[in-house]
Design a protein around this ligand. Structure first.
Ligand code: FPP
Length: 244
């Protein structure tokens, strides 16, 4: 029997507009259960639904998830193949529901090098959901922060941008997140304390929360706890505290 949802009070809390998550710990979650690593990734994919629902419930407007990094190609071939199969299956099985829920999908990263059939599914999904506005879901897939910056610089050079024109705003407009506000809160699950090439430009002033749970165990209540933690932070953007 599904347990009743515990009421979670947001009164007095600052809900971040844009939350970004490094979904770490799938492999360890599986190993602790004597399961193959891919079972952890499957559990991680299922967990996404809980977190998307929780974001909608809490009023988070943008969720960015780190699904596959440019470095993840170094993993064993069967794990990479297994992950690609999961992405394909999630698009096949969940897209209609995501669309119905008003989720607008964005892709951060490079589709080159991805199997053509999966590339097409991603492009079709972006097209289908482009006018939705309940939650923007950025999926960083074949994504690396440094590669993103190089991509932006190449594009600016190709466009003939002159040094005098270059501002932070213009630079941001060449990133995969163009037009979106920067993340307010970056969460990394599994207790690790690394940035791992994730949104290295955009998260310059984000607050970081390291959640101890492995990603498949990071649910609605854990997201709420991260918001409580975020609400206690004094964001100074390099200036002085409002309170001082
Ligand atoms: C990190 O855990 C997780 C990943 C590299 C993959 C994340 C992918 C998913 C959650 C699958 C579903 C995603 C979508 C968008 C459908 P890890 O394997 O590095 O864990 P470990 O550090 O314990 O080994």
């Amino acid at each position: 029997m599904a347990s009743a949802k515990k009421p979670l009070d947001l009164t007095g809390l600052t809900v971040p507009q844009h939350v970004a998550i490094i979904m770490d710990g799938n492999g360890r979650w599986a190993r602790r259960r004597n399961l193959p690593r891919i079972a952890g990734h499957r559990a991680g994919a299922e967990n996404l639904r809980r977190i998307i629902n929780a974001c909608a419930e809490f009023g988070i407007k943008i969720l960015t998830i780190y699904a596959f990094s440019t470095e993840n190609w170094e993993r064993p071939e069967d794990e990479v193949r297994g992950l690609m199969n999961i992405f394909t299956r999630v698009l096949d099985q969940e897209l209609k529901d995501l669309h119905r829920q008003g989720v607008c999908l964005h892709h951060l990263g490079n589709l080159n090098g991805i199997e053509p059939a999966l590339q097409k599914k991603v492009r079709d999904a972006l097209e289908l959901t482009r006018n939705n506005d309940r939650l923007i879901l950025n999926v960083a897939f074949n994504y690396g922060g440094r590669a993103e910056i190089l991509h932006a610089v190449r594009q600016m050079l190709a466009d003939g941008v002159s040094p005098d024109e270059l501002t932070e705003e213009l630079f941001s407009s060449y990133l995969f997140t163009a037009g979106l506000p920067d993340p307010d809160l970056v969460i990394r699950t599994s207790g690790e304390l690394r940035v791992s090439n994730f949104l290295i430009w955009q998260a310059a002033y984000a607050e970081y929360v390291a959640a101890p749970e492995m990603w498949p165990d990071f649910g609605r209540e854990e997201l709420y706890a991260a918001i409580v933690e975020y609400s206690k932070r004094d964001r100074r953007y390099g200036g002085l505290s409002q309170k001082s």
